[in-house]
Ligand binder design. Structure first.
Ligand code: FPP
Length: 244
């Protein structure tokens, strides 16, 4: 166990997989009287904090909703700036990811991304593939319904019969086929919605909503979400007596 283990977190009950909807960058920037993109820049710091918190707790998978399918409808200037920020950040971070044995992966409709972005994410995936401390999964040009529709198309193309369709088979055709479902989903900024994120995978996830805007989210707030999660009773449809 690490020396500075955060207070009141039970090591045996740390989730294996945490997913985050990072929301509120635009509002944070506007509150400072700045352009929205400034909030996205600051949001990268909160990504670093969350990655660091995950490493300290020994979390195995961290999935971040960085750009949804719906985000393509934002003003072109903001989309371009976000793509540039993603490319620059990912390129710059690869050595540090390798040092900390973090594997980076991307889920989403990569064909819609600019060529430079596709090249960068594929290079980052290749360079960090052997790392086993933490899998950092960035959802880019992603939506849950897109993912499920793609899985159904692929199942049909594979010639599966109706009798072969099981929940397990569908899971195996998702982008996350080799990743356990998240036990905890965090959303910042006070919105209490799922917004088309990991629709299949969060069937049993605990949901944690905080009013903090994403650029204000930090390691301590991440730990707070874990403590809150550890205080929940996870029942999976059973009665509370069955759980005891
Ligand atoms: C939501 O805030 C945030 C996004 C759509 C982008 C998230 C991207 C980052 C934090 C940069 C990530 C970088 C890496 C390397 C993963 P919003 O713009 O919807 O905020 P608003 O609801 O206040 O308008």
């Amino acid at each position: 166990m690490i020396e500075n283990w955060p207070e009141n977190i039970i090591p045996e009950r740390v989730p294996r997989h945490v997913a985050i909807i990072m929301d509120g960058n635009g509002r944070w920037a506007r509150q400072q009287g700045k352009e929205r993109i400034f909030g996205h820049f600051q949001g990268v710091e909160s990504v670093r904090e969350s990655v660091q918190a995950s490493i300290e707790l020994g979390i195995e998978y961290l999935t971040l909703y960085a750009f949804s399918t719906e985000n393509w409808n934002r003003p072109q200037d903001e989309v371009n700036a976000l793509m540039e920020l993603l490319v620059d950040t990912i390129l710059a971070e690869v050595p540090s990811l390798n040092e900390r044995r973090i594997r980076i992966r991307f889920i989403g409709d990569r064909h819609l991304l600019p060529q430079k972005c596709i090249q960068t994410i594929e290079e980052a995936e290749r360079l960090t593939m052997p790392n086993q401390q933490l899998q950092l999964i960035l959802a880019l040009s992603y939506s849950g319904r897109w993912e499920i529709a793609k899985a159904v198309r692929r199942i049909t193309e594979a010639g599966m019969s109706a009798q072969e369709i099981t929940e397990e088979l569908i899971s195996n055709f998702l982008e996350t086929s080799d990743i356990p479902d998240p036990e905890l989903l965090i959303r910042t900024s006070g919105e209490q919605r799922i917004s088309n994120f990991l629709l299949w995978q969060i069937a049993y996830a605990e949901l944690f909503f905080t009013d903090q805007l994403w650029p204000d989210f930090n390691k301590e707030l991440f730990f707070e979400a874990i403590r809150n999660y550890q205080g929940r009773e996870r029942r999976f449809g059973k009665t509370s007596e069955q759980i005891q």
